[in-house]
Design a protein around this ligand. Structure first.
Ligand code: UDP
Length: 231
């Protein structure tokens, strides 16, 4: 899914040359080696292709009603690895809706802010699961959190996140923005700007933008083009 999505967008236009070919082409340019790929042009070295992938919590559930379907995580990890091997830097934001959503907390008598922190913890659980699967495949990863969980991962520090990406590590941003009343979609947008990602890709169970949740309303209308949407 992810592989196709990215190649459809012609993101992978990288022409792979051997170091001596690069030198013959432009002798003044020192080839730049990153994550198994020689970048032929200096501008690629200065501005490598970097994506931010947002996975909703529900995308991890598969056919289950709750929690994580490990076989799905395994599949996503494989696809993420394949893309990363092509020299694309990958940062990932994961939601927590498969475990807990703050907005539902008040119905069960839990304070909304407390509920949102529980939701953020849920995103960390998902992030740790994905990190494990990626590491099992031999990927170098870092998990960065929106709030401090020192024993588990490092805090989000913009410059450090960029450095990890430049070094070929897959970076997962957990715990959202670390503040209540936000969602992981806002997190994905903001982190993408902060790390200067070229594109944000969203992996969710819904295949587009609808006027209502198509999983709850069968006749929900799908918008086929971008424009002003009145809800
Ligand atoms: N959340 C939050 N602040 C953030 C990101 C997330 O409070 O910056 C909480 C919020 O309660 C949200 C939950 O974490 O409902 C899980 O995130 P989200 O609903 O975005 O997950 P998704 O729908 O993508 O699975």
């Amino acid at each position: 899914m992810l592989t196709q999505l990215i190649s459809d967008k012609k993101l992978i236009e990288q022409k792979l040359l051997k170091p001596h070919e690069i030198h013959d082409l432009e002798p003044h340019i020192k080839p730049f080696y990153h994550a198994g790929v020689y970048y032929p042009y200096a501008r690629h070295a200065r501005n490598p292709k970097r994506i931010l992938l947002k996975l909703s919590g529900e995308a991890l559930m598969g056919e289950k009603n709750y929690g994580i379907d490990s076989s799905l995580l395994e599949k996503y990890s494989q696809e993420i690895k394949e893309i990363h091997n092509k020299g694309i830097e990958i940062a990932i934001v994961i939601g927590g809706g498969n475990i807990y959503r703050g907005i539902e907390s008040e119905e069960s008598g839990i304070n909304r802010v407390q509920g949102d922190y529980m939701g953020m913890m849920a995103t960390l659980i998902n992030s740790m699961a994905l990190q494990s699967h990626l590491e099992k495949l031999g990927c170098d990863t870092r998990l960065m959190s929106g709030f401090n969980v020192d024993q588990v991962c490092e805090p989000f520090i913009r410059r450090r996140a960029i450095r990890h990406l430049e070094k070929g590590r897959i970076v997962i941003f957990g715990a959202g923005l670390g503040k209540p009343y936000f969602t992981t979609d806002s997190t994905a947008s903001l982190r993408a700007i902060e790390i200067e990602a070229n594109i944000v890709l969203k992996g969710t169970r819904v295949d587009g933008v609808y006027d209502f949740d198509p999983e709850k309303k069968k006749d929900a209308k799908k918008f086929n083009e971008n424009g002003k949407i009145t809800m």
